[in-house]
Design a protein. Structure first.
Length: 417
């Protein structure tokens, strides 16, 4: 009996070819494992295809709920956005997929895991770092990284072995998608000067063709977790699907990012992430109302660390557990509702309310009902400005002024020659 390998199978060209290649080159029996994180495929067709190509077993795992509850929600609560632009859809899915691959490999008695990543991307790192952490005894095989076949060679290998070539091969783009967003690479997009052609986008309407009337949406949060849309309670998966459609229909969520990959390459990535865009915006708006200034400042620093950690494949680390504990604790008053306006490619927060709001009308108003004691301000300014005054008296302010390029008129009257 041959040894078994669990292959992370998408149904695409590379992983389809891999089923044959693993058998030919390594004499391994392939168990195809397809993980559903909301990538909207016909999963029963994917399963059948794997078996038709020669997998000894093909399983599909519905991981949508786990993905949303254990990966997407914590990242949303952390406000994790990589380099200010990328809401991390692919990056968040990889540790979950790797974990499920490990579980399946062990349950099926496989000695290795195979994945379809190339040697140039982040995903190979995320998969392998996670697999090595969870099950160091499992071998890892990366056919696409090893076989050094060009796209044409892969296609002719497929033809030679009667492997059906998916229609998506005719698409000039390489895509990855799940509930939290879609990434689009390759083809003309590799020229960072070229505007992405309209056909690169499939989740979002062109803002030009978006409705001429704005649409309002209210999102309710409980302790940092989105729980309803316009008052209607929804589970996490449905809520995200609904927002992808709603915001995508207004052209919201397009991102054009030149990004720093873990392997040192800068790459141009197009993303579509309507739900993520709107939810991150709404969540931050609610935090602005319910967290103190100091909490917000500190949390922004954590957000950057958290985003880097996700991007860099470090989900299954103690550092992540530590940061996650802080993030969870930070959310205990992040409850309330945020109202957004969707219009022609933009979403903007137009209202927010919370039972724990720190916004006080009495303190903020310029109308009657003002409770702020303005007579206390001179004393506050006196103490606050004390070190500034002290330094100015001892050391002067001339250098400080010249660094701002402010020229102080010295004397009146005519300048001497
Ligand atoms: N650049 C993004 C990331 O590293 C997207 C990667 C998409 N992966 C893919 N196999 N197409 O997370």
């Amino acid at each position: 009996m041959s040894e078994k390998v669990a292959l992370a199978y998408s149904g695409g060209l590379d992983t389809s070819v891999a089923i044959k290649w693993l058998k030919e080159k390594y004499k391994l029996d392939v168990i195809a494992v397809t993980i559903d994180v909301g990538n909207e495929r016909d999963f029963s067709a994917v399963r059948k295809k794997a078996l038709a190509i020669g997998a000894i077993k093909a399983v599909v795992i519905d991981a949508k709920e786990a993905f949303v509850n254990h990966f997407v929600c914590p990242a949303l609560q952390a406000d994790a956005i990589y380099e200010g632009q990328y809401s991390l859809a692919t990056a968040l899915s990889r540790p979950l997929m790797a974990k499920l691959m490990v579980d399946t490999a062990i349950a099926e008695g496989a000695s290795a895991i195979a994945h379809g990543c190339t040697g140039k991307g982040n995903d190979q790192v995320r998969f392998e770092v996670t697999i090595n952490a969870l099950a160091p005894a499992l071998k890892i095989i990366a056919p696409a990284r090893q076989w050094a076949m060009t796209r044409e060679a892969t296609i002719s290998y497929a033809q030679k072995h009667d492997i059906p070539i998916p229609v998506t091969v005719s698409s000039p783009y390489s895509i990855d998608e799940n509930l939290w967003g879609k990434s689009i690479e390759c083809g003309i997009l590799e020229d960072p000067w070229v505007e992405p052609p309209e056909d690169a986008y499939t989740w979002t309407k062109s803002p030009l063709k978006a409705p001429d009337k704005p649409e309002y949406v209210a999102i309710g949060f409980e302790e940092g977790t989105p729980v309803d849309i316009d008052g209607q309670k929804l589970d996490g998966v449905s809520l995200i699907q609904r927002l992808n459609e709603l915001a995508g229909g207004h052209g919201v969520g397009r991102v054009d990012h030149v990004e720093n990959r873990l392997v040192g390459i800068k790459s141009r990535e197009i993303y579509e992430a309507p739900a993520a865009t709107v939810l991150l915006q709404a969540h931050q708006a609610l935090e602005a109302m319910t967290l103190s200034k100091d909490q917000l400042r500190f949390k922004q620093r954590v957000a950057m660390e958290y985003a880097d950690l996700i991007y860099n494949g470090l989900w299954f680390t103690r550092l992540h557990q530590d940061l996650a504990a802080y993030v969870k604790s930070s959310q205990r008053f992040v409850t309330g509702t945020v109202r957004l306006k969707l219009f022609k490619g933009h979403s903007s927060v137009v209202g927010r309310k919370s039972p724990f709001s720190l916004y006080s009308y009495g303190l903020a108003t310029y109308d009657k009902g003002d409770q702020f004691d303005q007579s206390a301000s001179p004393g506050f300014i006196h103490i606050w400005g004390l070190p500034v005054r002290n330094q100015a008296q001892v050391q002067g302010t001339d250098k400080a002024e010249s660094s701002l390029n402010i020229t102080t008129p010295k004397k009146t009257g005519k300048a001497k020659k």
